[in-house]
Design a binder for this molecule. Structure first.
Ligand code: CNA
Length: 441
């Protein structure tokens, strides 16, 4: 009560602290699985700040200058000032809702480990550390890792030809001229979309599943599942390649949504995804049959709720005995904070081009491992160490044979074909039905 009173009179200074407390409350609500979805009713609840039964997507609390490969500042264009100010005002509410996690992240940064001098061990010496790939491979071979959680980002799909966000030069944030937006995040900002959907739709044309194929990294994760070791994969990617390579729906959390379904961005009335795709691909704007607002694929924008499935993390992360983090800059909250929720003794392996998040700190947390460099090369070496390379190559070949003839076909039939067939030896065939049905949109 006192806190609410205090906040009322000091809203700016104390909103984060208050939200932190609400976040503690949220944790208890999350474990009960209380309704957190992007339904109409959930949308209606947006006005009842503070919302305690959902999490919205936001950029990390990290400043752009802290992001090694962002290079964002120098790329930013002159914003449309009026719109930018309007969005800033709107984002206050969003930041307030997210403050709990943001402040958790800040708190963790303020921990004793965080006070260590920050020096990113990005050089080759970091990869020679005993805390690298070989150590984790050894643990796996000894049978210590039977509940592996994978956390992934755009870096796992660059080998498939899909640019990530932040890699200088090739990342989308460095190549925004075509989209005519005032700042990079605007392309995934729900308020900006509401005002002008065209920049996102231009990008969506390139990202719609169907024109890219999964790569060795995706199949490595599929192999983890095949071997019965994958507890769950949490991906931020929206390209759908995890499903295309055959990782079943029940093993996958697409934390930032996907193109598989579509709905009204305002009232969340579902809309046939193929119709949405067809409209977007032909340069039209699909509109809601209920309220006439713009329809969009169910990709989670900044300021939108994460899918309900995301909250499986409350069960999975305490259960994990190995966490593999790959191809992400860990800049987007609340996703980025997930990696801090495994038990303190659980090994965490970062596979990325450079150190990110808590892996930037020296010394690393006990049990943390890091292997830096090109992800596909790293994963190939990892697979060699585990003796999985032949299996993965074979899996890729068999999947490719099913994949190629159907590339020209529709998405649902391609996915169905990709998941059934030669995978009868898969140790977890139970998930095929759900994967197929998930892809039928
Ligand atoms: P990001 O911020 O662009 O970070 C990607 C990370 O991967 C960076 O640290 C890169 O250095 C690293 N990386 C990229 N390529 C390689 C490589 N070949 N080898 C090793 N490391 C590499 O992207 P995040 O995923 O962290 O950010 C989350 C956003 C990005 C999500 O909301 C996604 O929706 C969004 N996104 C997704 C896609 C996709 O679906 N493929 C593409 C672009 C952006």
């Amino acid at each position: 009560m006192y806190i609410l009173f205090y906040t009322f009179f000091h809203p700016d200074q104390h909103v984060v602290a208050v939200c932190c407390l609400f976040r503690q409350k949220l944790n208890s609500v999350e474990t009960t699985g209380a309704g957190m979805n992007r339904s109409k009713s959930s949308a209606d609840k947006r006005s009842q700040w503070p919302a305690v039964t959902r999490l919205t997507r936001s950029s990390s609390s990290a400043q752009p200058s802290q992001c090694q490969d962002s290079g964002l500042e120098k790329q930013r264009k002159q914003p449309d000032v009026a719109l930018y100010q309007d969005l800033s005002q709107k984002s206050v509410r969003v930041r307030g809702q997210e403050g709990g996690l943001a402040s958790e992240a800040k708190q963790s940064k303020a921990s004793p480990a965080a006070s260590q001098p920050k020096s990113a061990p990005n050089g080759p010496s970091a990869t020679k550390s005993r805390r690298g790939l070989a150590s984790v491979a050894q643990l796996m071979k000894l049978g210590h890792c039977k509940n592996v959680v994978v956390v992934a980002g755009a870096g796992i799909s660059t080998a498939s030809g899909i640019p990530d966000f932040r890699t200088p030069g090739t990342g989308l944030y460095d190549n925004l001229d075509a989209y005519n937006i005032p700042y990079p995040e605007a392309i995934f900002n729900i308020d900006y979309f509401s005002n002008d959907p065209h920049p996102f739709f231009s990008l969506a044309k390139a990202l719609y599943p169907g024109s890219h194929k999964p790569n060795y990294i995706h199949y490595f994760i599929r192999m983890l599942h095949h071997k019965g070791l994958l507890l769950r994969m949490y991906t931020q990617n929206i390209d759908g390649l995890e499903k295309v390579c055959g990782i079943p729906d029940d093993k996958l959390v697409e934390a930032h949504g996907s193109f598989a379904t579509a709905s009204c961005h305002l009232c969340y009335t579902p809309y046939p995804s193929e119709d949405a795709k067809h409209a977007i691909m032909s340069g039209k704007v699909p509109t809601c049959t209920f309220c006439t607002a713009t329809v969009k694929p169910d990709v989670v924008f900044f300021g939108e709720d994460l899918p309900q499935k995301y909250f499986l993390h409350t069960q999975d992360f305490p259960k994990a005995d190995l966490l593999i983090i790959m191809g992400t800059s860990l800049q987007i909250e609340p996703f980025a904070s997930l990696v801090n929720t495994v038990r303190s003794t659980v090994p965490r392996l970062l596979l990325n081009r450079h150190a990110v998040g808590q892996f930037e700190r020296v010394p690393l947390r006990r049990g943390d491992h890091m292997e830096l460099g090109d992800l596909e090369n790293t994963i190939r070496r990892f697979a060699e160490m585990l003796g999985w390379n032949d299996d993965i190559e074979e899996l890729m070949k068999s999947q490719e044979q099913e994949f190629i003839p159907t590339m020209v076909s529709t998405i649902p039939s391609r996915r169905r074909t990709g998941i059934s067939g030669s995978e009868e030896s898969d140790s977890e065939t139970d998930s095929k039905c759900s994967a197929s049905s998930g892809a039928s949109n």
